[in-house]
Write a new protein. Structure first.
Length: 273
């Protein structure tokens, strides 16, 4: 039977590759891009709301010590309290507008007694890749407007460190309230709060993300198309192999003789007679 070619090692390997690729497209790659598109939609909605909404208090936006999430991230939070510069940590290996930078993370104690982590913005590097000198936060009680952010995560779970290369200044690899809490030995609530422009203590205010939809939805459709094309290609070659003369078949249709071959056979017959 012609279906025997389906059991040949080469065809089995091709089938495994094609179906594995298609399954990955439909169940992993396309859903991953759809999820990224959904995250971007939530982020854009939160940003647009923060542009027109009024700042809320910490307890109103994040009651009971809740950490910022997709629903609350980027919302404006108004706080009153004092900076705690003795617990300050600098986040290294950052990039702002395409250039290397450090972000300055300073604990902040509200008048209610809650300690939060405030990202005061960025500073550039000197010619030795060290953070340029930056201003200390203002002393005394200040009112600040911030944007709620969820903590970053370090896959290696590294703590802040200080050595000769940092000039004795504590540095971390991520902006994570709990990394700073361990380094400063303070009880800092989850999440951090990014200073808005023209606020007391702000350095270089971090730019906000663009509110465009991004390419994720079109990427998801492309992965679906790639998976469908792979299956259709496999089906096309399968049907072709079922017909006589397929690449993998051992049967070959008899080739019609050319006029020259028929004339040559006639001459050989005449000579033989």
């Amino acid at each position: 039977m012609r279906l025997k070619f389906l059991l040949k090692p080469g065809w089995l390997a091709l089938t495994l590759v094609v179906f594995t690729f298609a399954v990955c497209c439909f169940t992993l790659l396309a859903p991953w891009q759809f999820s990224r598109n959904t995250e971007r939609e939530h982020q854009n909605a939160a940003l647009r709301e923060s542009f027109t909404g009024q700042p809320r208090s910490l307890d109103q936006l994040l009651p009971d010590g809740a950490a910022p999430d997709q629903r609350t991230e980027w919302h404006l939070v108004a706080m009153k309290g004092t900076y705690l510069p003795e617990g300050e940590v600098v986040a290294r290996l950052r990039s702002v507008q395409g250039e290397a930078a450090y972000e300055v993370l300073t604990p902040f104690r509200t008048v209610e007694g809650t300690i939060v982590l405030v990202d005061r913005g960025y500073v550039r590097l000197d010619d030795k890749s060290r953070a340029l000198p930056f201003a200390r936060p203002p002393a005394g009680t200040v009112d600040i407007i911030t944007r709620a952010r969820h903590d970053e995560r370090d896959g290696k779970n590294r703590d802040a460190f200080a050595d000769e290369s940092t000039g004795g200044k504590l540095q971390s690899y991520v902006v994570d309230s709990q990394v700073v809490a361990r380094a400063a030995k303070l009880d800092i609530r989850p999440g951090y709060f990014q200073l808005d422009v023209e606020q007391p203590g702000v350095l270089g205010a971090l730019p906000l993300p663009q509110t465009d939809s991004g390419p994720f939805f079109s990427y998801a459709l492309q992965w679906i198309a790639f998976g469908a094309m792979a299956l259709m290609g496999w089906l096309y070659f399968t049907v072709r192999e079922l017909k006589p003369g397929g690449v993998l078949t051992t049967e070959r249709p008899q080739r019609r003789k050319s006029v020259a071959e028929m004339l040559a056979e006639d001459e050989r017959s005449e000579v033989a007679t």
